[in-house]
Ligand binder design. Structure first.
Ligand code: PLP
Length: 855
């Protein structure tokens, strides 16, 4: 039955409790224990049953309970404290103001297909989403003028449960937006703000919801409204759901709809950050607007777009990139080609690596790269992998100069460190530890935390995990009508005193969740601890993508192993991994295990959360762990080898894992002194906190994005658009001139003062004559490129120095000179190259042009 009218019924609060509403609707409570404890205190059972959703709680709590707490002076004082903390938080974030006091116009728009902020807002699937959520929280902590854009999925990412055979089943909870920490955005007259996007043959409408994340608003589009067709209702139905057509629909809504939404909200972003390629269509929409509304040409408009867009890639393999067939792109987005004045192949070239290959699909990553001024991978190793992957876009550039850099991921400390552990850090390090830089002296004070206190606290976290796991398993048994003996068994799992290994992440096959089961005899021996009572237990969690059959196989394999070997006490699979489960696991396990196939893990972040809680990591040298101090803060599995044969690799790495457990990890954990403390282990925990907490932290990460990407791009935006886009026009005309005449340029000759044999520190003078043709010395920088020569006869990892322009000779050749000397011996080489130069370019690499002296 369809209703003839609908009402949004909001909770009715006694006037004295009105502050609860503001507290509930700002997700700041997620990383503020004062407020979290307040909701817990309000109604402990509802807090748990609502999945920690204060809005739902306030909507369903009995009026009687509300009247009761309205008279409870203790509760009211607690509420006032929480409200004061929120108000203080909202006004006292100063990092950004110190950096950019004068920039009032800056606005950074952060686009992502998913956001993982808190478990009661299930619009994320895994690491990418949690990273985006942490990005917003730290942007808020630092006071950045950031706004976020995403889609509001009607169905949350699935809830997982296992059938009796251990096969993953999915349940799709319907998100009830009116009982979530969301509010519809409205015009001053109270009507909903709506935007529209054209799809073939029709217009699709979306309304706008806001989630308040501290000071950062997250705006989410929702197409589940009239008069959209049933198909269009479903555009924002399911995260990564549907077929390729639905995927294009979603990405159009995110990118194009996102730009329109920001405009409808009256926002004028100066920087657009694409978190992964899903939102890259935003570039097309921005260019269209500048052509149609501001009268720019395509080259002028794309110059502005490119100069102000940032792209973060998260994918280390080509198969992970979003690709669309050319015909589909033309079907859905062909009207953009019309506006740009582009024939088909020229338009499709925007998303192609090899623009001459008319059969190649349209890649969202390539579009994003071509339309970005700053491009980064998410760990140093992933930056390197990405430079390899996309090298052909900068042909003739040395690999190490491909302008794709890395900003290593982080996690939000106040969200992922257990409450008692935060209190411990607050006490010994002071309250600023959660976003202090790695070189801050407070980190030295980690040493001053008494071993005993750190250890007892950690043991309490482990016990809390054990209690949680038992409760969760019992609930599952009851939900599926299991027997009493199963219930009793669930009550017995895990031992709160035993060395606990945690493994939790998406069950993608490259993550090799079952690697530890490769040799059953050996792992059984390890689990049972032999005769020395040094047992080991595993807590495992994670979801497989609903269509990933091999991933589901892995889960079943683990469940079958547990049953067949009768090891249900010592190996536990917790169903329905989410942010809440993750937080308990990274606090309560002793070691965090990760066994991906290098270099498939672009970064990985759960190990960072564990490290912040003081856990050593035990991991393949991949992603973030490859750049961590993996000896002091944990154990590396292998040495970063690459293997051809996956079976052989599994064998070698599983054995390395068993060796480490047997020879190092188990002995260190169980080596207790007279006071019962594992001193060696505690030392490793302290190193993990000291060295990893400040580095693999979104406070550091967002500061890096701000300094390296947002600030320069935002300044460039303002330079570009001033005076009716004067600079953008000048730059794009200059570029056209540059492209036209670049290949006429010639390096005439190079004079080198010295013969082939020279000594260290001897000065060599180099003089070059260039024919610049229609270009001028102001348009180019001439560089000497030098470095040692490798076995292939190439200059490896060379460095460049700009040469000095000395004027023209009578033949109108431009003369450049430089003096150099070598500081090390061996076979050294030098060459000469020319790059474009212009004050408005974001870097000399932007046009992708380089001219080398011919050998
Ligand atoms: C942190 C987190 C992830 C990401 O973990 P990885 O180690 O990057 O795989 C995934 N899901 C949840 C719920 C998380 O909290």
């Amino acid at each position: 039955m369809r209703p003839i009218r609908t009402f949004n019924v909001s909770p009715s609060l006694p006037p004295r409790l009105e502050p609860l509403r503001k507290l509930a609707y700002n997700l700041h409570w997620d990383w503020n224990f004062e407020t979290k404890d307040l909701f817990h205190r309000l109604d402990r059972d509802l807090w748990e049953s609502s999945r920690h959703n204060p809005v739902l709680m306030l909507g369903t709590i009995s009026q009687e309970r509300l009247r009761e707490v309205a008279e409870d002076e203790g509760f009211l004082a607690h509420m006032e404290r929480a409200a004061r903390q929120l108000d203080g938080y909202l006004t006292e974030r100063t990092w950004y103001r110190k950096q950019k006091a004068k920039d009032q116009q800056a606005c950074y728009a952060y686009f992502s297909a998913e956001f993982g902020l808190t478990d009661s807002l299930p619009i994320y699937s895994g690491g990418l989403g949690v990273l985006a959520g942490d990005h917003l929280k730290s942007a808020s902590d630092l006071g950045l003028p950031l706004v976020a854009v995403g889609l509001l999925y009607q169905e949350g990412y699935f809830a997982q449960y296992l059938n009796a055979d251990g096969w993953q089943q999915e349940r799709y909870p319907i998100n009830d937006f009116y009982n979530m920490p969301l509010e519809p955005e409205r015009h001053p007259d109270g009507s909903e703000i709506r935007i529209s996007v054209e799809y073939p043959g029709r217009t699709v409408y979306a309304r706008v919801w806001r989630v308040q994340v501290g000071t950062v608003p997250l705006y989410l589009l929702d197409t589940n409204i009239e008069p959209n067709s049933p198909y269009d209702h479903d555009i924002t139905d399911e995260l990564y759901g549907g077929d390729i057509d639905m995927r294009i629909h979603q990405e159009m809504m995110l990118g194009i709809g996102g730009v329109r939404m920001l405009e409808a909200l009256g926002l004028k972003p100066t920087v657009y950050h694409m978190n992964e390629g899903h939102s890259a269509f935003l570039a097309l929409e921005r260019i269209r607007k500048m052509i149609q509304e501001d009268g720019l040409t395509f080259t002028e408009a794309s110059q502005v777009a490119q100069s102000t867009q940032v792209f973060t890639t998260h994918t280390p393999v080509a198969a992970g990139i979003d690709l669309f067939p050319p015909d589909k792109i033309m079907h859905y987005l062909g009207h953009y080609a019309g506006t740009f004045g582009f024939p088909r192949e020229e338009f499709l070239a925007l998303g192609r690596e090899n623009t001459g290959d008319f059969s190649s699909p349209f890649s969202m990553a390539i579009l994003a790269i071509k339309m970005a001024t700053f491009i980064n991978g998410v760990s140093q190793l992933h930056g390197e992998v990405s430079r390899h992957m996309f090298q052909s876009l900068w042909s003739n550039f040395p690999l190490n100069e491909v302008p794709i850099t890395a900003i290593t991921n982080g996690v939000h400390a106040r969200s992922c460190v257990a409450k008692s552990t935060q209190e411990l850090y607050d006490r010994y390090l002071g309250p600023n530890w959660s976003d202090a830089a790695p070189d801050h002296p407070l980190w030295e004070r980690v040493e001053s935390i008494p071993d005993e206190e750190l250890w007892r606290n950690h043991e309490r976290c482990r016990s809390a995990l054990v209690v949680f796991v038992r409760d969760r398993l019992q609930k599952n048994v009851r939900d599926r009508g299991g027997s009493l003996s199963e219930l009793a068994q669930a009550q017995e799992v895990l031992d709160p005193t035993v060395l606990t290994i945690g493994f939790a992440r998406r069950f993608a096959t490259y993550k090799r969740a079952s690697l530890f089961l490769r040799n059953l005899e050996r792992i059984k021996e390890i689990l049972q601890g032999g005769s020395r009572h040094r047992a080991v237990q595993f807590v495992i969690a994670g979801k497989a993508h609903p269509r990933d059959i091999p991933g589901k196989e892995l889960i079943r394999q683990i469940v079958h192993f547990i049953r067949a070997e009768g090891l249900s006490r010592y190996v536990v699979f917790i169903p329905d991994y989410d942010i809440h489960v993750a937080r308990l696991m990274v606090a309560g396990c002793d070691v965090w295990l990760n066994t991906p196939r290098r270099p498939r893990e672009a970064s990985g972040t759960s190990g960072m959360k564990a490290a912040m809680n003081g856990l050593p990591n035990l991991s393949i040298l991949d992603g973030w762990w490859d750049e961590a101090d993996y000896v002091k803060t944990g154990w590396p599995i292998g040495h970063g080898e690459d293997y051809e044969d996956p079976n052989y690799q599994d064998e070698v790495e599983a054995n390395a894992l068993y060796d480490l457990l047997e020879q190092q990890i188990v002995p260190l954990f169980y080596d207790r002194d007279a006071e019962g403390l594992p001193r060696g282990w505690i030392a490793k925990m302290k190193h993990a906190i000291h060295l990893n907490c400040p580095r693999f932290n979104t406070a550091r990460m967002v500061r890096d994005y701000a300094m390296q990407a947002y600030f320069p791009a935002s300044d460039r935006y303002q330079a570009m658009v001033n005076n009716q886009y004067a600079a953008a026009k000048e730059l794009s005309h200059w570029k056209a001139h540059l492209f036209e005449h670049w290949y006429d340029m010639k390096i005439q000759d190079i004079d080198i003062s010295q013969p082939a044999d020279i000594q260290v520190n001897e000065t060599i003078s180099v003089k070059a004559r260039l024919k610049l043709g229609a270009l001028t010395p102001a348009d180019v920088q001439v560089e000497l490129y030098q470095g040692s020569v490798n076995a292939e006869g190439e200059i490896a990892d060379g460095v460049s120095v700009e040469m000095e322009y000395q004027g023209q000779d009578p033949n109108q050749h431009s003369i450049y000179t430089i003096d150099i000397s070598y500081t090390s011996s061996g076979l050294q080489g030098l060459s000469l190259r020319v790059l474009p130069k212009n004050e408005y370019l974001s870097s000399p690499y932007e046009p992708g042009l380089i001219l080398w002296a011919e050998a």
